[in-house]
Design a protein around this ligand. Sequence first.
Ligand code: FUL
Length: 692
Amino acid sequence: MKMKFLFVWLIVPVLFSCKQVAPPAAVGPIPSESQLKWHEMEEYAFVHFSMNTFTDIEWGYGDKSPELFNPTELDCNQWARVCKEAGLKGIIITAKHHDGFCLWPSKYTEYSVKNSPWRDGKGDLLRELSDACKEYGLKFGVYLSPWDRNHADYGRPEYITYFRNQLRELLTNYGDIFEIWFDGANGGSGYYGGANENRNVDRKTYYDWENTYKMVRELQPNAILFSDAGPGCRWCGNEEGWVGKTNWNILRRDEVWPGFPDYKELQYGHEDGTHWVPAEVDVSIRPGWFYHKSEDHKVKTLPHLLDIYYHSVGRGATLLMNFPVDPRGLIHEKDVEQILKMSNALKADFALNLAKGKEVEASNVRGNSRKYKASNVTDGEKETYWSTDDPISQASLTIDLEKPTEFNRFLIQEYIRLGQRVQEFTLDVMVDGKWQTLAQETTIGYKRILRLPTTTASKIRVTIKKSKAAPLITNVELYKAPKVLTAPVIKRDREGILKIESADNEVDVFFTTDGSEPDNNSNRYTESFILAGKAEVKAIALDPVSGKRSPVSSETFDVVKKSWKIVGVEDENANRIFDGEPMTVWHQSSKQMPIDLLVDLGQTHLIRGFKYLPDQNRWSNGIIFNYQFFASTNGQSWELVSEGEFSNIKNSPIWQTKLFDPIKARFVKFRALDNTSNNSVAGYAELDIITE
Ligand code: FUL
């Protein structure tokens, strides 16, 4: 009797609590250990630096002399220092770009640094960079272009031996390589040892990738192989810096090959993927991958860089941020400034996790086991996770924030070691005792971050609406990111409508129109309005809570261009040159220069100068160099009021201002005598006059 009592009251409960709950089984493809480590890197750097840096082009033909490669202040420690400070975890370098020029003294070609004046031909950039990476605790990776526009054998089987020999050099001489980049751009025109011809290859078969991968696995078993199709990680399908909101880490890999035409699918992955091939977002901090002085004023702004972060890392991809190292051999100071702005802003965004250690309740816990308990998501441990019974249609987690708490960032992670599962989830918040839905989303994956309107809630609820199997959620975090206080952008269109845009829509914008410094007593901007005539507009963004303010932005406007007309042109697009939008452009082409642009100003003004903004696009065209500018009161008899060149416009295609003695004019004629690319195109982003 006594024994039976003991058994029921003591042994049975003990047996029950020890009951083994079946652990969740893997669902679909899962990542390898190296892929898991790679996911955790989150952000790392790309460096494009090679012959193109010295020839000012993006794709070298393969015919330029190694003599041209001559950085004067090359300092890989500077690159590593900047990357380290910016929180980037590694550097991938263009060991060989499409033009075939090698940054290391390869045994297999003369087309390398060994025939350049740099370090008297004794330099090895890969040695210097891999050493710098070691010193700064960064990982080191290489880009080796499969396409080689210099090599005589490109397109023939012999080239594959050459390519592998080079790869072997890279994989054996520079320590651990974390990623190897095989670009999808392949085949086309080139120098090819002097043949100067077009060579196309069958991208599916020519490279015999399987055997190359085998070699990599032997020499660097942990290296992640990048290509459109992986196998380690995949291209994200664009070079703008984003991956889809729905982002599957898995891919029907055998349907994809480097250079495949449906590459846009790579932006989302395949929900029914057969292999773990996560996306990497490669993007340059400037428009080009290589350095061009003409892009010094086009380094991406902080709001743009933050968008890139939230649209890459924030959607479960990694971010590969490119620095076009300049001809000195340094990351340009403007790029340094912007990347540090970005990393400082991100540090501030994720400074304090408001959900850390908070109580969590779940609608269902797998086998009621403590191992899978809900509070695993707020314990800061990456190996513990909340899970539910299997199968389950829907499950939710409620985090009690204890008091009304303000936040605007929500971060969630799946335990991807056992596969990516979640297909749909929602985020609800309890405000004044009532639940409201704040977001409805799809995939999570390694990490998902939502930027939300600032919300004050006492509880949040995450509902997994649809999942391939029991969800495994390892982490939920909440933050209150500071406002983005960059100088507002001021624009006025042809009609005279003034718009002021700020990067953060939760800040106040104040402005003046008389050139005085704006503060919180100035006009508050709420919506666009007509601002006629001459004005110097200045604006600031101000966080109403902290009182912090942005730098001041400033724009000067002259007469409104409403009644301006381009004479003798029917093309509607021509009006783009008066629209106040620097990114829109109109081109005039002709059989030969000069090309005239004749504008009727609609009324007579006393003018004393003009302003010209050339095409601002990445592949810009028709940048006028030598010009003449004429004025007329009747459109018949013209007076030449200014002529000359826009010095340095090729390197610095910013607003060009020319002043002259005041003259009355109803008509102006802007004559392009030539342009920076020696063709007969005149391109205009904007044209303006300066009146007395
Ligand atoms: C592209 C290349 O063609 C560009 O030059 C650059 O290297 C970029 C990262 O990949 O496909």
